[in-house]
Design a binder for this molecule. Structure first.
Ligand code: COA
Length: 310
């Protein structure tokens, strides 16, 4: 019996911050940002829209889409590194707001790989029959830890939330294989010390290497070849990193999810937000083999190979 995704949802703030807006605030250019990252604009949450609020909107959307009722959810996992406050966790705030009174709740801290860690954790609880339904949310309000005086990082990030309800799916569908990993020795390259601090070069090199390798590993673990892959949803950090993983899999350009131009890097939210947009545009269809792959601060990484459908 496999665990799979029964419903998805997303929320992005309405306020758009364009590259041109950033040109007015710091020494950068639309051309540099587009060429070096693929980002054209990002969403920024208002002061009164905190992480839990974005998580709530995405979660409501995913629960409705799944047809499951909040009372049926056994566990809520929220992947975030920008919680409203250290505790109570965002997941417990959600539990109350959703009326998911039978759910346990905890936050997952794995930075941009957080949604992968959350999905894999959900799979374990579903496949062991511990819980019928697990709600997984990836959400970040990165704007509150962004150093707006640092052009090396300020242009990269955006706010948003994506969510999925995980439960049992029919034979042959759902999560076929996964890989999670960490290398704490790389923690110094990307961390928060009040504001976000990053060694872009080092993170870039790590990401190019790890994304391609992890994607290949989960394809092999699923007993498949890269030719069997219908669609790749990489963490949306930088178009050049995403392209490197697509090329490693030998996929044509239309078989890779790309939402980075609209939302920037939304960390733990980027993969579920992309999935929602891809489903809406008919890019992901029943029985497609999809590879999700993410990486982030920690350093952490995670990949999943899934056959789409309930
Ligand atoms: N606008 C204009 N110029 C900028 C700039 C900006 N926003 N940011 C940096 N630059 C300049 C640098 O100052 C440097 O100038 P110099 O050559 O005069 O010193 C030049 O551009 C190259 O900078 P560098 O940092 O070496 O470029 P890079 O090729 O490493 O690209 C990133 C920078 C951030 C785009 C790239 O390193 C990256 O994407 N890294 C991964 C980041 C990431 O994904 N983080 C999240 C992980 S989840």
């Amino acid at each position: 019996m496999n665990a799979g995704i029964l419903g998805v949802g997303k929320y992005v703030p309405s306020h758009i911050l364009t590259n041109e807006d950033l040109e007015k605030r710091m020494d950068t250019s639309d051309e540099w940002i587009r060429t070096m990252t693929g980002i054209e604009e990002r969403r920024i949450a208002a002061d009164d829209m905190d992480t839990s609020h974005m998580a709530y909107h995405a979660a409501v959307d995913a629960i409705e889409n799944s047809g499951v009722s909040p009372e049926e959810i056994g566990l809520i996992l929220v992947a975030t590194v920008t919680p409203d406050r250290p505790f109570p966790s965002v997941s417990t705030m959600l539990q109350e707001q959703l009326g998911a009174k039978n759910a346990a709740a905890m936050d997952v801290s794995a930075a941009c790989a957080g949604f992968m860690y959350g999905l894999v954790t959900a799979k374990q609880f579903v496949e062991s029959s511990s819980y019928d339904y697990v709600l997984v949310v990836g959400v970040e309000k990165l704007s509150k830890i962004t150093d707006w005086d640092d052009r090396n990082t300020a242009v990269l990030f955006g706010d948003g939330a994506g969510a999925a309800v995980v439960g049992r799916v029919s034979e042959g569908r759902g999560i076929l294989s996964f890989e999670l990993g960490a290398d704490g020795s790389g923690g110094k390259h990307l961390y928060q010390d009040e504001k976000l601090i990053m060694n872009g070069r080092e993170v870039f090199k790590f990401a190019v290497r790890q994304m391609g390798q992890s994607a290949m590993n989960v394809i092999e673990k699923a007993g498949l070849d890269k030719e069997d892959v219908d669609y790749l949803i990489p963490h949306q950090a930088n178009i050049r990193i995403m392209e490197a993983s697509r090329e490693r899999l030998g996929l044509p350009i239309e078989k890779m999810s790309k939402t980075i131009h609209k939302y920037g890097n939304t960390s733990a939210a980027s993969i579920p937000i992309s999935l929602v947009d891809d489903l809406a545009e008919g890019k992901v269809k029943d029985d497609d083999v999809i590879v999700f792959v993410g990486f982030g601060g920690g350093l952490t990484w995670g990949a999943i190979c899934m056959r789409w459908g309930k």
